[in-house]
Write a protein that binds this ligand. Structure first.
Ligand code: IPD
Ligand code: CA
Ligand code: CA
Length: 270
Protein backbone atom coordinates (compact mmCIF):
# COMPACT_ATOMS: atom_id res chain seq x y z
CA UNK A 1 0.00 0.00 0.00
CA UNK A 2 1.47 3.38 -0.97
CA UNK A 3 2.23 6.21 1.48
CA UNK A 4 -0.82 8.28 0.53
CA UNK A 5 -3.16 5.34 1.14
CA UNK A 6 -1.57 4.60 4.53
CA UNK A 7 -1.94 8.27 5.46
CA UNK A 8 -5.61 8.09 4.47
CA UNK A 9 -6.01 4.85 6.47
CA UNK A 10 -4.63 6.59 9.54
CA UNK A 11 -7.05 9.47 9.15
CA UNK A 12 -9.99 7.08 8.69
CA UNK A 13 -8.89 4.92 11.65
CA UNK A 14 -8.81 8.04 13.85
CA UNK A 15 -12.22 9.16 12.61
CA UNK A 16 -13.79 5.74 13.27
CA UNK A 17 -12.14 5.40 16.70
CA UNK A 18 -13.38 8.86 17.67
CA UNK A 19 -16.91 7.98 16.55
CA UNK A 20 -16.83 4.83 18.70
CA UNK A 21 -15.48 6.86 21.63
CA UNK A 22 -18.36 9.33 21.33
CA UNK A 23 -20.84 6.45 21.54
CA UNK A 24 -19.01 5.06 24.59
CA UNK A 25 -19.07 8.44 26.33
CA UNK A 26 -22.74 9.11 25.55
CA UNK A 27 -23.96 5.68 26.61
CA UNK A 28 -21.84 5.29 29.75
CA UNK A 29 -24.35 6.80 32.15
CA UNK A 30 -27.49 5.75 30.30
CA UNK A 31 -27.31 2.08 31.25
CA UNK A 32 -26.82 -0.67 28.70
CA UNK A 33 -27.59 -4.35 28.35
CA UNK A 34 -24.75 -6.66 29.40
CA UNK A 35 -24.44 -10.30 28.28
CA UNK A 36 -21.97 -13.05 29.15
CA UNK A 37 -19.67 -14.51 26.47
CA UNK A 38 -18.09 -16.74 29.14
CA UNK A 39 -17.88 -16.88 32.96
CA UNK A 40 -15.95 -13.58 33.19
CA UNK A 41 -16.09 -12.38 29.58
CA UNK A 42 -18.81 -9.77 29.00
CA UNK A 43 -20.21 -7.99 25.98
CA UNK A 44 -22.44 -4.92 26.15
CA UNK A 45 -24.76 -3.47 23.55
CA UNK A 46 -22.28 -0.59 23.33
CA UNK A 47 -19.55 -2.97 22.02
CA UNK A 48 -21.90 -3.86 19.16
CA UNK A 49 -23.08 -0.30 18.49
CA UNK A 50 -19.46 0.87 18.31
CA UNK A 51 -18.51 -1.95 15.96
CA UNK A 52 -21.41 -1.15 13.60
CA UNK A 53 -20.44 2.54 13.50
CA UNK A 54 -16.78 1.70 12.83
CA UNK A 55 -17.55 -0.81 10.07
CA UNK A 56 -19.80 1.68 8.33
CA UNK A 57 -16.96 4.23 8.18
CA UNK A 58 -14.25 1.71 7.17
CA UNK A 59 -16.40 0.15 4.43
CA UNK A 60 -17.39 3.54 3.01
CA UNK A 61 -13.79 4.79 2.86
CA UNK A 62 -12.04 1.50 1.96
CA UNK A 63 -14.59 -0.64 0.09
CA UNK A 64 -13.41 -4.22 -0.35
CA UNK A 65 -10.80 -4.18 2.43
CA UNK A 66 -11.71 -7.04 4.81
CA UNK A 67 -12.22 -6.43 8.53
CA UNK A 68 -11.32 -8.62 11.48
CA UNK A 69 -13.52 -7.18 14.23
CA UNK A 70 -14.01 -8.69 17.68
CA UNK A 71 -17.80 -8.91 17.76
CA UNK A 72 -18.53 -9.97 14.17
CA UNK A 73 -15.31 -11.95 13.69
CA UNK A 74 -15.33 -12.83 10.01
CA UNK A 75 -12.86 -15.60 9.30
CA UNK A 76 -10.32 -13.41 7.57
CA UNK A 77 -6.78 -14.41 6.74
CA UNK A 78 -6.04 -11.76 4.17
CA UNK A 79 -2.65 -11.56 2.49
CA UNK A 80 -3.43 -8.00 1.44
CA UNK A 81 -4.64 -5.15 3.64
CA UNK A 82 -6.87 -5.99 6.61
CA UNK A 83 -8.53 -3.83 9.25
CA UNK A 84 -8.24 -5.14 12.82
CA UNK A 85 -10.85 -3.66 15.17
CA UNK A 86 -11.56 -3.74 18.88
CA UNK A 87 -14.70 -1.60 19.15
CA UNK A 88 -14.48 -1.35 22.94
CA UNK A 89 -11.34 -2.50 24.74
CA UNK A 90 -11.99 -2.65 28.47
CA UNK A 91 -15.55 -4.01 28.36
CA UNK A 92 -15.49 -5.23 31.97
CA UNK A 93 -14.47 -1.74 33.07
CA UNK A 94 -17.17 -0.20 30.89
CA UNK A 95 -19.88 -2.50 32.24
CA UNK A 96 -18.93 -1.47 35.79
CA UNK A 97 -18.49 2.24 35.01
CA UNK A 98 -14.75 2.00 35.80
CA UNK A 99 -13.08 4.76 33.76
CA UNK A 100 -10.51 2.87 31.64
CA UNK A 101 -11.60 1.84 28.17
CA UNK A 102 -11.02 2.80 24.55
CA UNK A 103 -11.46 1.85 20.92
CA UNK A 104 -8.54 0.40 18.92
CA UNK A 105 -8.25 0.16 15.12
CA UNK A 106 -5.27 -0.95 13.01
CA UNK A 107 -4.60 -1.47 9.33
CA UNK A 108 -2.38 -4.50 8.71
CA UNK A 109 -0.70 -5.75 5.54
CA UNK A 110 1.10 -9.07 5.30
CA UNK A 111 0.75 -9.47 9.07
CA UNK A 112 2.42 -6.12 9.87
CA UNK A 113 0.52 -3.08 11.10
CA UNK A 114 0.91 0.02 8.92
CA UNK A 115 -1.36 2.40 10.82
CA UNK A 116 -3.10 2.37 14.18
CA UNK A 117 -5.37 4.55 16.30
CA UNK A 118 -6.50 4.16 19.92
CA UNK A 119 -9.02 6.63 21.31
CA UNK A 120 -9.74 7.06 25.02
CA UNK A 121 -12.97 9.09 25.19
CA UNK A 122 -13.05 10.19 28.85
CA UNK A 123 -9.71 12.02 28.65
CA UNK A 124 -10.26 12.78 24.97
CA UNK A 125 -6.89 11.23 24.09
CA UNK A 126 -6.16 10.03 20.57
CA UNK A 127 -3.02 7.91 20.26
CA UNK A 128 -1.95 7.02 16.76
CA UNK A 129 0.97 5.94 14.61
CA UNK A 130 1.98 5.20 11.04
CA UNK A 131 4.79 2.73 10.40
CA UNK A 132 7.97 4.75 9.97
CA UNK A 133 6.13 7.99 10.80
CA UNK A 134 6.36 8.14 14.61
CA UNK A 135 3.61 8.08 17.21
CA UNK A 136 1.46 10.94 18.47
CA UNK A 137 -0.97 11.81 21.24
CA UNK A 138 -3.56 14.37 20.13
CA UNK A 139 -1.20 15.28 17.30
CA UNK A 140 1.94 15.83 19.41
CA UNK A 141 4.87 13.36 19.13
CA UNK A 142 5.27 10.89 22.02
CA UNK A 143 8.26 8.89 23.28
CA UNK A 144 8.65 6.01 25.69
CA UNK A 145 10.14 6.65 29.16
CA UNK A 146 13.87 6.68 30.02
CA UNK A 147 13.50 4.45 33.10
CA UNK A 148 16.40 1.99 33.15
CA UNK A 149 15.99 0.24 36.50
CA UNK A 150 13.27 -2.14 37.53
CA UNK A 151 13.05 -0.62 41.01
CA UNK A 152 12.00 2.71 39.41
CA UNK A 153 9.54 1.15 36.97
CA UNK A 154 5.74 1.27 36.88
CA UNK A 155 4.35 -1.64 34.86
CA UNK A 156 0.98 -3.03 33.81
CA UNK A 157 -0.33 -6.50 33.08
CA UNK A 158 -3.61 -8.39 32.76
CA UNK A 159 -5.11 -11.82 33.31
CA UNK A 160 -6.88 -13.91 30.69
CA UNK A 161 -10.65 -14.49 30.80
CA UNK A 162 -10.02 -18.26 30.96
CA UNK A 163 -7.68 -17.98 33.99
CA UNK A 164 -9.96 -20.27 36.03
CA UNK A 165 -9.60 -23.04 33.42
CA UNK A 166 -5.97 -22.90 32.26
CA UNK A 167 -2.82 -23.75 34.22
CA UNK A 168 -0.96 -20.59 33.12
CA UNK A 169 -2.63 -17.70 34.99
CA UNK A 170 0.14 -15.03 34.93
CA UNK A 171 -0.25 -14.65 38.72
CA UNK A 172 3.29 -15.93 39.37
CA UNK A 173 4.79 -13.26 37.11
CA UNK A 174 2.52 -10.59 38.58
CA UNK A 175 3.78 -11.53 42.02
CA UNK A 176 7.44 -11.58 40.96
CA UNK A 177 7.28 -8.15 39.32
CA UNK A 178 5.25 -6.64 42.17
CA UNK A 179 8.16 -7.48 44.47
CA UNK A 180 10.75 -5.94 42.11
CA UNK A 181 9.11 -2.70 40.88
CA UNK A 182 7.25 0.42 42.07
CA UNK A 183 4.08 -1.35 41.10
CA UNK A 184 2.19 -3.42 38.59
CA UNK A 185 -1.19 -2.04 37.51
CA UNK A 186 -4.06 -4.14 36.14
CA UNK A 187 -5.79 -1.48 34.10
CA UNK A 188 -8.23 -3.75 32.25
CA UNK A 189 -7.57 -2.41 28.75
CA UNK A 190 -4.66 -3.90 26.83
CA UNK A 191 -4.76 -1.21 24.14
CA UNK A 192 -4.56 1.50 26.81
CA UNK A 193 -1.73 -0.32 28.63
CA UNK A 194 0.23 -0.26 25.37
CA UNK A 195 -0.50 3.42 24.70
CA UNK A 196 0.42 4.37 28.27
CA UNK A 197 3.73 2.58 27.69
CA UNK A 198 4.17 4.44 24.40
CA UNK A 199 3.77 7.86 26.03
CA UNK A 200 5.97 7.06 29.05
CA UNK A 201 3.31 6.99 31.79
CA UNK A 202 4.11 3.30 32.12
CA UNK A 203 7.58 1.80 31.59
CA UNK A 204 6.40 -1.59 30.37
CA UNK A 205 3.50 -4.00 29.98
CA UNK A 206 3.08 -7.71 29.43
CA UNK A 207 0.12 -10.05 29.01
CA UNK A 208 -0.74 -13.49 27.63
CA UNK A 209 -3.64 -15.00 25.69
CA UNK A 210 -4.91 -11.83 24.04
CA UNK A 211 -6.20 -11.54 20.46
CA UNK A 212 -4.98 -9.44 17.51
CA UNK A 213 -7.64 -6.74 18.03
CA UNK A 214 -6.42 -6.17 21.62
CA UNK A 215 -2.81 -5.47 20.69
CA UNK A 216 -2.17 -4.58 17.04
CA UNK A 217 -2.80 -0.81 17.08
CA UNK A 218 -1.17 -0.34 20.50
CA UNK A 219 1.92 -2.41 19.64
CA UNK A 220 2.56 -0.29 16.54
CA UNK A 221 2.17 2.86 18.65
CA UNK A 222 4.76 1.57 21.16
CA UNK A 223 7.21 0.70 18.37
CA UNK A 224 6.78 4.06 16.72
CA UNK A 225 7.28 5.82 20.08
CA UNK A 226 10.74 4.23 20.31
CA UNK A 227 9.78 1.21 22.42
CA UNK A 228 10.31 -2.48 21.85
CA UNK A 229 7.69 -5.23 21.52
CA UNK A 230 8.36 -9.00 21.54
CA UNK A 231 6.64 -12.01 23.03
CA UNK A 232 7.35 -12.72 26.72
CA UNK A 233 10.18 -15.08 25.72
CA UNK A 234 11.89 -12.37 23.63
CA UNK A 235 10.91 -13.75 20.21
CA UNK A 236 9.91 -11.38 17.37
CA UNK A 237 6.38 -10.06 17.79
CA UNK A 238 3.67 -11.58 15.57
CA UNK A 239 0.73 -9.31 16.61
CA UNK A 240 -1.42 -12.36 17.42
CA UNK A 241 -1.64 -11.30 21.07
CA UNK A 242 -0.76 -14.81 22.26
CA UNK A 243 2.06 -13.32 24.34
CA UNK A 244 3.15 -9.68 24.52
CA UNK A 245 5.95 -7.75 26.20
CA UNK A 246 6.16 -4.03 25.40
CA UNK A 247 8.74 -1.80 27.06
CA UNK A 248 10.68 1.41 26.69
CA UNK A 249 13.54 -0.71 25.27
CA UNK A 250 15.92 0.04 28.15
CA UNK A 251 14.04 -2.37 30.40
CA UNK A 252 13.37 -5.05 27.82
CA UNK A 253 16.16 -7.54 28.57
CA UNK A 254 15.79 -6.98 32.33
CA UNK A 255 12.08 -7.68 32.13
CA UNK A 256 12.57 -10.75 29.94
CA UNK A 257 14.89 -12.15 32.61
CA UNK A 258 12.48 -11.29 35.44
CA UNK A 259 9.47 -12.78 33.62
CA UNK A 260 11.40 -16.00 33.11
CA UNK A 261 11.90 -16.32 36.86
CA UNK A 262 8.63 -16.31 38.78
CA UNK A 263 8.97 -15.49 42.49
CA UNK A 264 9.37 -18.38 44.91
CA UNK A 265 6.00 -19.69 46.06
CA UNK A 266 6.48 -18.59 49.67
CA UNK A 267 7.07 -14.92 48.72
CA UNK A 268 3.75 -14.77 46.92
CA UNK A 269 1.39 -16.87 48.91
CA UNK A 270 3.08 -16.98 52.31
C1 IPD B 1 -9.74 -7.24 27.33
C2 IPD B 1 -8.89 -6.15 27.90
C3 IPD B 1 -8.17 -6.60 29.17
C4 IPD B 1 -7.42 -7.87 28.95
C5 IPD B 1 -8.42 -8.88 28.43
C6 IPD B 1 -8.89 -8.43 27.07
P1 IPD B 1 -11.99 -6.63 26.05
O1 IPD B 1 -10.37 -6.87 26.13
O2 IPD B 1 -7.92 -5.71 26.98
O3 IPD B 1 -7.28 -5.64 29.66
O4 IPD B 1 -6.82 -8.29 30.14
O5 IPD B 1 -8.00 -10.16 28.48
O6 IPD B 1 -9.58 -9.42 26.38
O7 IPD B 1 -12.64 -7.97 26.25
O8 IPD B 1 -12.34 -5.65 27.11
O9 IPD B 1 -12.14 -6.11 24.66
CA1 CA C 1 -9.99 -6.15 23.86
CA1 CA D 1 -13.52 -5.57 23.03
Amino acid sequence: MDEAKVEKALRVAREAARRAGEIQRQRLRQGHRVEHKGTFNLVTEVDRLCEEAILEILRAEFPGVPVLAEESRPDTRAEGPLWVVDPLDGTTNYAHGYPMFCCAIALVEGGRPLAGAVYEPLRDEMFSARRGGGATLNGAPIRVSRTAELSNALLATGFPYDRHQQPETNLDRFCALTLLTRGVRRGGSAAMDLCLTACGRLDGYWEIRLRPWDVTAGALIVEEAGGRVTDVAGRPYDYSGASTLATNGLLHEILLAALAQPAPHGRCFG
